[in-house]
Structures are given as structure tokens and as C-alpha cells.
Design a protein around this ligand. Structure first.
Ligand SMILES: Cc1cc2nc3c(=O)[nH]c(=O)nc-3n(C[C@H](O)[C@H](O)[C@H](O)COP(=O)(O)OP(=O)(O)OC[C@H]3O[C@@H](n4cnc5c(N)ncnc54)[C@H](O)[C@@H]3O)c2cc1C
Length: 588
């Protein structure tokens, strides 16, 4: 097969919030860039974000970035890197105002300022009481944000390659990253995108679970590509289950519903969160609420004939609040649960939502991989931002609205780092290795020639069931041990998938097969990490190790594909300018 070579200053894989924010930085600096996306940019999963973006603007209540930082460290169960967290929280007002000036249509307060609502774990004065910090455009914040960023990129003449799927990283002799290989879906042709700087902004891997709030395209491609290129993936055992996915459908009901006053109830009509989090109640952080819900169900207080879900009650709210501030939620509830929240409660259940882990980076967006005893050794030419990256601001558990913020802050800082590093590389691009596309072509060839191949859909279903059953809200030792064996068996089947359709043009069967090859790497990292980490912290809740263990486990785990091996990296406990948020027990 002919492989076309294309050369740029920078290549960005992913056109969600993180990719678009970085692209804008580079395009406005006049660099020659290519942005690749599997889907049209505004169809990236960022478009589905509902609740808001966190920033201590203090428009409705007194607020401070330091309080936001404290909440984020506490939310992370102290696994977050405090330098990255300080950087993000300090930068938050600036990037949100910047977005406002880009034209983002935020909902407004009476006096015309950006509307802010309460959200889980957002507190004033170092954990005292809920504060209004989530900046929102009704319940379609991600939609407003993604379109704003896209339009701004059109203005800056950003070059998009739409319906192109990146296949593999290209690395040089010293391990430096030199670009990616990619397939154009329309033609089936393969290209090498050569660049001085390569950014991954490929989003999450939520489709590894059976019940997921994530879009079909969230298949952890960045993680798969990094893992195959020999790079580690960090902290994948921390997978967030959002408390309120629509029962049976998985579609998300934003935490903003509870921010606006919605209440979770069990079959007796009891507001059970009062027992689990007396102070924050329904606005405790997500891991805490999801565990409370799983416990209510386990102890027989779930709702419905199977007692397998709970109810989110809004019926006490002013209908006008629901109609104006939560119009999308009302529509989802009527359509997917057959319940109009103005009158009836919404049936909900914890649903896989967000990967806290990812490709390890510094707050500059530069990717790191331990080398010669340096845990923070930078991989030259490689950057990551957004959900596929692990900066690590979310640690063991992400607070709501901190992801959209993460996209803006680290999209921009990664863009700035790329501009800086490219500036130090005058002249021609470094030579590509002769075999730059060989690995990708071999994978494509294998798919073409596989005899009696496994069905992609069956293998994917097996993976999703295994993850759901063995690596859910609570994690049990026997289930994890079985889960590791099962996921390895699934991985073996993934290496033997076959496709019936061999056409070149818009062959979606081929794309899905390639996606499963990525998703399985993310699933292995998650399962292995969960089985390995013998403590409970954030979203990792081990039945056999119910306590957080800072003596042995206050460290990031790194999963390597080669040898299915786990190593560690220290947590950055020192912030940039303020004192460390000291370790303490996490209660809400
Ligand atoms: C339903 C839902 C609601 C949410 N609500 C909120 C909220 O209110 N507030 C909040 O802070 N967070 C929220 N989140 C989380 C947040 O929206 C996501 O974490 C975030 O949008 C991810 O952005 P991203 O830019 O990293 O990736 P995405 O927006 O997922 O974009 C990934 C991009 O990568 C591209 N891509 C992937 N693989 C390849 C490949 N191999 N080749 C080429 N392109 C590729 C895709 O085409 C896409 O353009 C929500 C998430 C969900 C699922």
C-alpha cells in the first residue's frame, strides 16, 4: 500500500474541547498545524457535557481559587498532583473569561454576569458549605463551549482532517515522538503525519463498560496508541461512576440537577444521602454518592420491581427552574425514562462516566515516562491534554465541572509548550525512520487476512460485560482475580478479530475493529490497576482493603503493555506557591 507523507509543525489528534483549545493557541501563533478527528469536531463527546465548567468567579457567592484547589485535592483523595491542581484552579477564571470573550453563550445572572450553580464537592472556605462555582450555559455547557471553540478555530484557519483515524505513534531512535500514522475513512488510505510536536487529545475510554454515559467514539484510542508505543498509562484503576445515569439507558443526568435542588430517594422515599454525607448530602462527591446508591440497592432499598435503581426527585422545584435551567434534562427524562421531572422522579443508577487516569503529563502538557531514575522524564515531541491525559488534577476522583476546566487550562498550556519547544527546533523536520508506518500496515494486513476471525461485536460485548461485572463501583478480591483472567482472554480474542467487509471506502467495520484494539489496552490497564492497588481511595473501593493507605499507596500507578506490568511514580505533593494541602480523612 502507498503511504503518503504529510509534514506539519504540529499535529493534534482529537478535536474535542482539549484539542480545539490547543489548536487555537497554535493556529493563532501562525504555526502550520493539522487537527485529526474521527468525527466532525462539534460531534466530539465534549458536546454532551451538561452541567458546567468550574471557576471561582464569585459571581453569586464569595469564592477563591485556593478554596477550589482545596476541594480538588480533597476530591482527588490526595492522589492529585498539587502543582497541577494549583495551576488549574488559579488559571480557571482567566480561561473562563477568555471563553466568554470568544463568544460563549453563558446563562446570565440578573445583573448580566456568568450564571453559576452549586455542584458536588464545590465548597467555600476549605470545605465549609456548598458554593456556586459551576459556570453554566443552561444544561448544555459543553455544546456551547465546543461550538465556540470550533468557530474560533475556523476564524484562525485551523486545518482539519475530518473522519481521519490516527493509528499509531511514530517514535524515533531516542524514543522521541515524530508524528502519527492515520487512515482516511473515506478512502482507506494511510498517511504518516510528520511533526515537530504531537498532541493527543483523544478523550476517554468509557465504552469499555457495559453501562456508560460515553459516546460510541470514546474508545481510548490515545491510550492504545501510547501503550503500543511502549509508554505507560497512569492511574487507570480510578474510573468514575456518575451517580445519575438514566436507568436502563445510561444517558447522563447532570449533577447540576442536584445543584439546582434535586434530591435522591430510595424506595421508602427517604433522602438517604443524609446518612452518608450529613454535611454535603446529595452534593457530596461522585464516588461517595455512587457508593451510597450501590449500598442502598445492595441492602434492598432500591426502587422498582427489581429494586435495582433509585429516584432523582425534582418535583418540589419551581417548574420554571426546570424549564429554563434544565431543558435538556427534561427532554432526556421524558424521552428515555418516560418521566416528566416536573411531576415525576427520574429513575437513575450509577453509570461509568470518566477515566481519571490516562497518559501521564506535567501541567505544561508534556508527556512523561520514567527513565534513568527520573520519574518525570519528558518524552520529547509528545504532549497530551484532556480526558486522555493524566496531569494529574483529578487523582482518585474528579469533581464535576473540573473536566471542562481541565480541557481549557491544559489545552492552552500544552499549546504554549508546543509553541515554545517548536521554537527551539529551527529548520527541517527530523527524518522519519524508514519503517514509520510498518506497525500500522501490519495491523491492517492482519485484519484483512485473518481466517475464521472473532466477531468484533462479540469480543467488544465480552469486554464490556467483564469490566462491568468485575471492576465496578465496589471491587471484590475474587471478582478482580477472575476479571484479570477474563480480560486477558478477551485480549487474546481481540488479536484474532476478523471483518467480513473488505472494501476500502468508508469501511466502518475496519474502524470498529481498530477501535477495539485500543479499548482493550485501556480495559487491561483498568482491571490490572484495580487488582493491584490494595487500598480504597477515591473511585477505587476495595471490599478487602476498605481504608486509604497513605503509607504504601500514596503513589501513581503506571501500567505498561509490555509484560502487563505495573510500576509507580510519586505524587507531586508540593503546590507551586502555597502550602501543601495536608493529608486528612475525607468526609463530606
Ligand atoms: C454525558 C457527559 C456529560 C459531561 N458533563 C460534564 C460537565 O458538565 N462538566 C465537565 O467538566 N465535564 C463533563 N463531562 C466530562 C467531559 O465532557 C469530558 O471529559 C471532556 O469533554 C473530554 O474532552 P476531550 O477534549 O478530552 O475529548 P472529547 O471531547 O471526547 O474528544 C475526543 C476527540 O478525539 C478524537 N479522536 C479520538 N480518537 C481518535 C483517533 N484515533 N484519531 C483521530 N481522532 C480521534 C475524536 O474524534 C474527538 O474529536 C461529561 C462527560 C459526558 C460523557
Amino acid at each position: 500500500m502507498n503511504v503518503t507523507k504529510r509534514s506539519y509543525d504540529a499535529v493534534i489528534v482529537g478535536a474535542g474541547g482539549a484539542g480545539l483549545r490547543a489548536a487555537l493557541q497554535l493556529a493563532e501563533a501562525g504555526l502550520n498545524i493539522a487537527v485529526l478527528s474521527k468525527v466532525f469536531p462539534t460531534r466530539s463527546h465534549t458536546v454532551a457535557a451538561q452541567g458546567g465548567v468550574a471557576a471561582s468567579l464569585g459571581n453569586s457567592d464569595e469564592d477563591h481559587w485556593h478554596w477550589h484547589m482545596y476541594d480538588t485535592v480533597k476530591g482527588s483523595d490526595w492522589l492529585g498532583d498539587q502543582d497541577s491542581i494549583e495551576y488549574m484552579c488559579r488559571m480557571a477564571p482567566e480561561v473562563v473569561y477568555e471563553l466568554e470573550h470568544f463568544g460563549m453563550p453563558f446563562t446570565r445572572t440578573e445583573d448580566g454576569r456568568i450564571y453559576q450553580r452549586p455542584f458536588g464537592g464545590h465548597m467555600s472556605n476549605f470545605g465549609e458549605k456548598p458554593v456556586r462555582r459551576a459556570c453554566a450555559a443552561a444544561d448544555r455547557t459543553g455544546h456551547a463551549m465546543l461550538h465556540t471553540l470550533y468557530q474560533r478555530n475556523v476564524r484562525a484557519n485551523t486545518r482539519f482532517f475530518v473522519e481521519w483515524m490516527a493509528l499509531d505513534l511514530v517514535r524515533g531512535p531516542e524514543g522521541e515522538v515524530l508524528g502519527v500514522t492515520a487512515i482516511e475513512m473515506e478512502t482507506g488510505e494511510v498517511s504518516v503525519f510528520q511533526a515537530k510536536a504531537t498532541l493527543f487529545a483523544t478523550g476517554g475510554s468509557g465504552r469499555m463498560y457495559y453501562a456508560s454515559t460515553n459516546a460510541f467514539i470514546n474508545t481510548g484510542d490515545g491510550l492504545g496508541m501510547a501503550a503500543r508505543a511502549g509508554l505507560p498509562i497512569q492511574d487507570m484503576e480510578f474510573f468514575q461512576f456518575h451517580p445519575t445515569g438514566v436507568y436502563g439507558a445510561g444517558i447522563l443526568i447532570t449533577e447540576g440537577v442536584r445543584g439546582e435542588g434535586g434530591i435522591l430517594r430510595n424506595k421508602d422515599g427517604e433522602r438517604f444521602m443524609e446518612r452518608y454525607a450529613p454535611n454535603a448530602k446529595d452534593l457530596a462527591s461522585r464516588d461517595v454518592v455512587s457508593r451510597a446508591m450501590a449500598t442502598e440497592i445492595k441492602e434492598g432499598r432500591g426502587c422498582g420491581p427489581e429494586k435495582d435503581h433509585l429516584l432523582l426527585d425534582l418535583s418540589h422545584l419551581d417548574p420554571d427552574v426546570i424549564i429554563r435551567r434544565l431543558p435538556g434534562i427534561r427532554e432526556i427524562s421524558i424521552r428515555f425514562a418516560g418521566a416528566d421531572p416536573v411531576r415525576e422522579p427520574i429513575p437513575v443508577v450509577p453509570t461509568a462516566h470518566y477515566q481519571m487516569g490516562g497518559i501521564p503529563t506535567l501541567y505544561s502538557g508534556r508527556v512523561v515516562a520514567p527513565k534513568n531514575g527520573d520519574p518525570d522524564a519528558v518524552v520529547p515531541g509528545f504532549y497530551a491534554a484532556g480526558e486522555c491525559a493524566c496531569a494529574s488534577v483529578h487523582g482518585g476522583n474528579r469533581l464535576g465541572c473540573n473536566s471542562l476546566l481541565d480541557l481549557l487550562v491544559f489545552g492552552r498550556s500544552a499549546g504554549d509548550s508546543m509553541i515554545e519547544d517548536i521554537g527551539k527546533m529551527p529548520g527541517a523536520l527530523p527524518d522519519l525512520p524508514r519503517d514509520a508506518a510498518e506497525g500500522s500496515l501490519a495491523r491492517l494486513d492482519r485484519l484483512e487476512s485473518q481466517k475464521d476471525g472473532e466477531s468484533v461485536h462479540e469480543v467488544q460485548a465480552a469486554m464490556r460485560r467483564t469490566m462491568q461485572e468485575h471492576c465496578g463501583v465496589f471491587r471484590f478480591p475474587e471478582m478482580l482475580a477472575k476479571g484479570v483472567a477474563e480480560i486477558e482472554a478477551v485480549a487474546e480474542r481481540v488479536s484474532r478479530t476478523g471483518i467480513g467487509d473488505h472494501s476500502r471506502v468508508f469501511n466502518t467495520a475496519r474502524i470498529e475493529a481498530l477501535e477495539v484494539e485500543n479499548l482493550i489496552e485501556a480495559a487491561k490497564a483498568t482491571m490490572m490497576g484495580a487488582a493491584n492497588r490494595e487500598e480504597s481511595r477515591g473511585a477505587q473501593a476495595r471490599a478487602d482493603f476498605p481504608e486509604r493507605d497513605d503509607t504504601n499507596w500514596l503513589k501513581h500507578s503506571l501500567w505498561y503493555r509490555e509484560g502487563n506490568r505495573i510500576d509507580y511514580r510519586p505524587v507531586h505533593l508540593k503546590p507551586l506557591t502555597v502550602e501543601t494541602v495536608a493529608l486528612k480523612k475525607r468526609v463530606y
